[in-house]
Design a protein around this ligand. Sequence first.
Ligand SMILES: [Zn+2]
Ligand SMILES: [Zn+2]
Length: 174
Amino acid sequence: MLINLTDILTSEGKAAEIEVESGLTEINCRSGRYVIKEKQPLSLTMANLGKGKALIKGRMELVFAMNCDRCLKPVRQKVVLSFEREVYGPDAYPEDMEDDDQGFMEGYQLDADGLIQNECFMNLPVKVLCRPDCKGLCMRCGKDLNQGECGCDTFVPDPRMAGIKDIFEANKEV
Ligand SMILES: [Zn+2]
Ligand SMILES: [Zn+2]
């Protein structure tokens, strides 16, 4: 959805507050594709900061369908976006601005979904856990260790000792 910011960017002292319903159903990023299970409208506060310049503040809560990094169980991951961005009209770009600094702007229009995606990329959790003490899956048999021990020998020898162990075993075979 495009929001026209012409008024905010060109009228000194102008401010506005709006709620935007987003049509986004998923987010695609380098680490994967995440379906949005729930979302609130984006609350946007916009204020003119001088000629061709405005400050936008946004807040939104979303719930993503993700998977626990340790046991792969589905997790409803809540993500709260709360951000502030300075935006510029096409005739007021600062000299040091990079092309993708405001990739969510199209001229005087703000692409709300583009902005939300941008903020999601920056706020998706690095680690997703079904619970803070998730025990994960057994590396050997794949059993969910939250449901109990599997009895596998998961002893991981010290890598330095492993070398010595290899020598022992090699000798045994002779
Ligand atoms: Zn888990
Ligand atoms: Zn096991």
